[in-house]
Design a protein around this ligand. Sequence first.
Ligand code: NOJ
Ligand code: CA
Length: 587
Amino acid sequence: MSYRKTRQPFLVPLALVWLCVCAPMSAQSASNSGQAASGAVDAAGHQWWQNAVFYEIYPRSFADSNNDGIGDLPGITSKLDYLRQLGVDAIWITPCFPSPQVDFGYDVSDYENIDPTYGTLADFARMQSTARSKDIRIILDFVMNHTSDQHPWFIDSRSSRTSQHRDWYIWRDGRGPGQPPNNWESGFGGSAWQFDPRTSQYYYHFFYPQQPDLNWRNPAVKDAMFGVTRWWYERGVAGFRLDAVGALFEDPNLHDNPVLPGKNAFGDPNMKNKYNENLPEVHGVLQGLRQVADKYNAVLIGETWTGTVEQLREFYGPHGNELQMPMNFFLMGINKLSPPEIRKGIAEAEAVGGWPVYVLNNHDRPRSYDRYGDGVHNDAIAKVMAGLYLTLRGTPIMYYGEEIGMQNNDPKSRAEVKDPIGKTGWPKEKGRDGERTPMQWDDSPNAGFTKGTPWLPIPASYKTHNVASEQKDPNSILVFYERLLALRHTNGALLDGDYVPLNENDPHVISYLRRYKDDAVLVAINMSAAPQKVSFSLAAKGISSPTSKTLLTTMNDKPGEAKLSGMTLAPFSVYIGEVAAGQSVAK
Ligand code: NOJ
Ligand code: CA
């Protein structure tokens, strides 16, 4: 098995691959936080983030306003109309704070500012107010497990064993000369301990040595970090995506982790992160963060790589008082068009019991265009996957470029690699550059991303897969996304309906109802390269209508009706139709 197919997210050792209190806001915070203040719910009692479509932006790669080859905040601001037209309600911007950029922003040296590469606080304010005028909310990335080694807290911490911030990080003596305190490994290769000769102790880092872990057992760390979220809420931020939540706590007794057979892509022994991942103490912190968030009607999204339904459930909190949106990554682990596996994944997501959050792509995993594509029908397959995850119950988080069928563009040699793990792990681990390439806006040089030299190379496919060309083509992936998102924003069953699986033994076609009161929508997706005949008996579900009214399909069918007793689905196609027609439906 190739590593790219099995690459585990960085917080899963073994895992399967895989209200609002509405506390009255102070006058100042209400006015400063703009849209974040809206606590309105819809007829089904859903809050804004349940009806919203989220979109992840890797700021380095979205749009470059000053032609230095790197995307920036004014670039994002200039594309907000595009996002509105697409049907995006909230953008999650991966870290744009001051940073040495060792991990491209996930090494923060100042939590309350903007990295000059991306702009200024004034640029942030402009982006925020422009977004607000277009009804788009801003979500920032909260890198809470670790800081940069250039953060003033760490600079002070490492300066002496008695410094003010010494206990803000995790310092320990080695087991003996040249021996780290225990066998824990960094998710990015090598020991998780770095010896610092200045004070002759080791500090702990789950990721790169330049990303020392904060000591969340120290209340001063908690206070400072909670304060950071408040600072941004006051500037209109509508929530945070919490980075690496599972890594927040470690066993204070530093027990060795169990070693497993085999080696990983970095050549280190495989290991079960029993003592340094998903420790129960994380939940207390999340409950505290949620109390702060609730004061601003803000949403917390978790980078929650979990192995089981139970683990994921825990991140919602015992009383729904932790994360509103812990991400479910099951689609990241199923890389084939397999209705049985996908059905099982959806069933597990539903079994969690909370509001699901689906993710098909992100900046850490190869793009879905290549993961699912067969090399021949990739565009049709991209629509199939969109038709699936954008019609499920829950909130989707898109990743920039998936809507135009951007492909992965992995480095061709180690010398080209920018992401440090690609250098350490080459050739098994090529790093994450391939999924982070510039957004393809048009077919001009550099895909209209920059007039300078783009920081990562753009694949030749930008000539056909770009926003400008696809906007003109009614059969493009982009136009399908636009129509699909418009439908999900206006259709009550798609917004609020239950998920009811149908024809559960069909090996080729995944189909289900989304049902809310008297409204029901039928979704049928052919995941095979051959036409498939399907029929649906919905009488037992209280639907006696023999036909379905077509709402959207990738088959060039004219709008009209389809017979439920015998429908032919073209290869790799999506059909979405209305079936309830006002008749009352029973479960
Ligand atoms: C998870 C982020 O998604 C990844 O890009 C980053 O390298 C690690 N956390 C460390 O912050
Ligand atoms: Ca720039």
